[in-house]
Design a protein around this ligand. Sequence first.
Ligand code: HXC
Length: 265
Amino acid sequence: ASYDHILAEKRMPETSAKGGGVGLITLHRPKALNALCDALFEDLIHAVNAFEEDEDVGCVVITGSPKAFAAGADISEMSTQEFANVYKKNMFTQWADITKASKPIIAAVNGFALGGGCELAMMCDIILAGSNAQFGQPEINLGVIPGAGGTQRLIRAVGKSKAMEMVLTGNRINAEEAFAAGLVAKVIDSDHLVEEAIKMGFTIAEKSGMAVRMAKEAVNVAEETSLAEGLRFERRMFHALFATKDQKEGMSAFLEKRKPEFTNE
Ligand code: HXC
């Protein structure tokens, strides 16, 4: 498909294992620093769903431009909205569709990830920060608060005090601060960020797609449930993987001292 506000392309590794590709989505609305207007988000959800269906793809990378991952929800679209309208249409609820993907999504963040941009990054499974990345929840400066996870996912990532500081002051943190706070997995030189994110995508995509999906599901359960329930869920997922061909293949390959050939079944 071709899109107005994003670019979507498939990258395949040199040794093309089944499902070993990476779906690369580049937010592309340069005039507005990738502000997430409705049309852009529709494109994004469409592309994520298309990669979800694509059996060549085992992992998705979402990135922006060198200057901005995304500078937030589109303020010009929001500025004249009234309560009754945003409440009735449940504004921004559709953004959560991103989190329904079973395949892992890596956010590769260069430049600004502000407001909804930071929230979009946090909806992804792994955040990689370019060395010039800036994260922030500046909604407070606009007379509103974060509306797509900035008060909920942020505290789980960085703890209460840092989350409060960011949400109440609107101040931004840089890549190193984001790393120290636990918001991002790694800081990578900005020029190599996308390339490194794709490499990480290939690393994930060459594993068993069954194990990868269940691992993602199990880690996400940890954010939503008690330890006892989470451990029970994890153990059941672990048991379930013994019903897959990939478990037989993975363990046989280890014992036979060869590389596994997973079929995602
Ligand atoms: C609409 C935006 C925008 C946004 C930038 N632009 N951010 N348009 N919505 N969120 C537009 C500017 O209006 C400008 O358009 C162009 O992009 C370039 O931006 P500048 O401000 O000129 O660039 P710069 O001086 O480099 O400053 C960059 C910036 C600043 C620090 C990122 O643009 C900024 O503060 N943006 C707003 C950040 C923000 O408040 N985000 C939260 C939004 S609320 P023109 O036409 O003038 O060139 C939100 C709520 C989420 O996200 C709730 C749930 C989803």
